[in-house]
Design a protein around this ligand. Structure first.
Ligand SMILES: Nc1nc2c([nH]c(=O)n2[C@H]2C[C@H](O)[C@@H](COP(=O)(O)OP(=O)(O)OP(=O)(O)O)O2)c(=O)[nH]1
Length: 127
């Protein structure tokens, strides 16, 4: 299971730009990663956000349907907020991070699997 966090603040979504591997470097994704043995999905998201962004998040509810990835993996997204709304997420393992509003969702060069999440992300940001 791969989990992703749709972190929203004031109508904007936090996105991060992959630095590796070369095939996908420069493409955008949601913070997150693999759920390790013994972790719950929210625990994995909180760990990944500390590792990738240096921030604590509060995990909410599921966003969209599971997206199948290669080799028996699926991507499952949860809504989230910064626990401290004034925290400044940093690109610790990525090329960059950015807050985008709903109008920018469709213009980003996403990882291919994330395109399936766009309707649900629109709904989340426009709610
Ligand atoms: N974090 C994240 N991964 C995504 C998204 N969309 C998508 O296809 N993926 C894929 C890319 C990777 O193949 C996989 C997550 O790998 P990762 O490298 O971020 O995870 P990780 O830190 O746990 O690393 P590893 O143990 O797999 O090396 O999921 C997304 O929006 N966010």
């Amino acid at each position: 299971m791969i989990v992703g966090a749709a972190i929203v603040r004031g109508g904007s979504l936090l996105v991060q730009q992959r630095a590796y591997p070369p095939e996908v470097a420069g493409r955008w994704e949601l913070p997150g990663g693999r759920v390790e043995p013994g972790e719950t999905e929210p625990e994995a998201l909180r760990r990944e956000c500390v590792e990738e962004l240096g921030v604590e998040i509060t995990v909410g509810t599921r966003v969209g349907a599971d997206v199948p990835l290669r080799s028996n993996l699926v991507l499952r997204v949860y809504s989230a907020e910064l626990t401290d709304p004034d925290a400044r997420p940093k690109a610790l393992e990525h090329k960059g991070v950015r807050w985008i509003d709903a109008t920018a969702l469709d213009d980003l060069r996403w990882l291919p699997a994330d395109l399936e999440l766009l309707p649900a992300l629109h709904e989340l940001l426009e709610a």
